[in-house]
Design a binder for this molecule. Structure first.
Ligand code: NAD
Length: 368
């Protein structure tokens, strides 16, 4: 059997710092669990621009297409703010998502008990929260044509088009149903079928896929505005939510912040199954390159570590090991370890990026 393959693109700013902690965990799996990953590393974002004059070299793109999973740190920074739009660091990330056709964006919102006080909502509303938002990522109003600012009579009009084909809805719905099966077996689909034809089609297609292929999954539908209210009122009523690109953009940010710091939030973007049956996949923390704290050992590596846990679960069929890693993070937090971002405004004693990584490895050791 061949080893699972992983391309690491650490990127800019705190990207390499948080990725160094994930490398410790990857090494731990090799040494203590007999799982050796074939890891290759390359450049993306500003550092790729510095070396190649492009934020993603063609060779890197080809490598990304060839591995079981890509793990990305973060891209960008003030040094690159004035570059032409076509070579900005973010373009590297967008090219990866587009050429790998990563249509399902998974954003978990999970509240660790030790951090429940961090939420802006009451503790009992968020404690134990564990939901997953699946956002369609490659179509909808961000891509539909016509788009632009046009002259109409003697004023200008800004136009974007919400457009979804049945097959685009079908494939993201299947991703969400599959996930629901691996979790609490409950899926809620959100759109605005009351005012948008694309929403009517969305609802019809999701219902059909549910009836014909996933009758065992409990399916419900909700208007996205009501969904936003319910997410803040009682988020624990949800398990998996599937929604379009625009609503997913808003709802996944809303749900994520129910749980506290940006330094804690992982994500996965999945595409069609490859020859080995696993989806094309890119895993990355939700946060950016955090230039304000880069190089100071202050970055919280947990979002990147939890992104690797998602890779274990969704790309490598290692659900038990993903559980082990998530539990290690939970234990470290329960023991009171905090990076600076988890301290609250009053501050206090906190650990460095590297100390947090070491503590997670120690908790993994203790789990054996
Ligand atoms: P950011 O996420 O980098 O930082 C926002 C705030 O959160 C900062 O105060 C930062 O210090 C803090 N923060 C973020 N991650 C943290 C972590 N792991 N630990 C502790 N604190 C953390 O967003 P920004 O400041 O708006 O953007 C900075 C750069 O990152 C920009 O160039 C932006 O374009 C880029 N960016 C990249 C991505 C990506 O690579 N996916 C996403 C967002 C922003």
């Amino acid at each position: 059997m061949t080893n699972p393959s992983l391309l690491i693109l650490a990127g800019d700013g705190i990207g390499p710092e948080v990725m160094a902690e994930v490398r410790k965990i990857i090494d731990w799996y090799g040494a203590r669990r007999g799982v050796t990953f074939d890891v290759s590393e390359d450049l993306v974002g500003g550092c790729a621009y510095d070396k190649h004059g492009t934020p993603l070299h063609d060779d890197t793109m080809a490598k990304a297409q060839d591995v079981d999973a890509v793990l990305l740190g973060a891209v960008g920074g003030p040094k690159y703010d004035n570059l032409d739009f076509s070579v900005k660091p973010e373009r590297g990330l967008l090219r990866l998502r587009k050429e790998m056709d990563l249509y399902a964006n998974l954003r978990p919102a999970q509240c660790f008990d030790a951090l429940a006080d961090f939420s802006s909502l009451k503790k009992d509303v968020v404690a134990g929260l564990d939901i997953m938002i699946v956002r369609e990522l490659t179509s909808g109003v961000y891509f539909g044509e016509p788009r632009g600012i046009f002259k109409e009579g003697n004023e200008r009009v800004g136009i974007n088009t919400q457009r979804y084909t049945e097959s685009e809805i079908e494939r993201v719905a299947r991703s969400a149903f599959e996930l629901a099966r691996k979790r609490g077996n409950k899926l809620c689909s959100m759109e605005k079928a009351n005012v948008m034809e694309s929403g009517v089609l969305w609802r019809e297609v999701v219902q059909r896929i549910g009836d014909t292929e996933y009758p065992d999954v409990e399916l419900s539908h909700m208007y996205a505005d009501a969904g936003a209210m319910q997410l803040t009122r009682w988020p624990k009523q949800f398990d998996v939510i599937v929604t379009d690109n625009l609503f997913g953009d808003l709802l996944s940010d809303l749900a994520a912040m129910l749980t506290g710091s940006l330094g804690m939030l992982p994500s996965a973007s999945l595409g069609a199954p490859m020859a080995n049956g696993r989806p094309k996949a890119l895993y990355e923390p939700v946060h950016g390159s955090a230039p304000d704290i880069a190089g100071q050992g202050k970055a919280n590596p947990i979002a990147c570590v939890l992104s690797f846990a998602m890779a274990l679960r969704y790309s490598f069929d290692m659900g038990t090991e993903a559980d082990r890693l998530e539990k290690a993070v939970e234990e470290v937090l329960a023991d009171g370890l905090r990076t600076a971002d988890l301290m609250g405004p009053e501050g206090g004693a906190h650990v460095t990026t590297s100390q947090m990584g070491d503590a997670i490895v120690a908790a993994l050791n203790a789990s054996l």
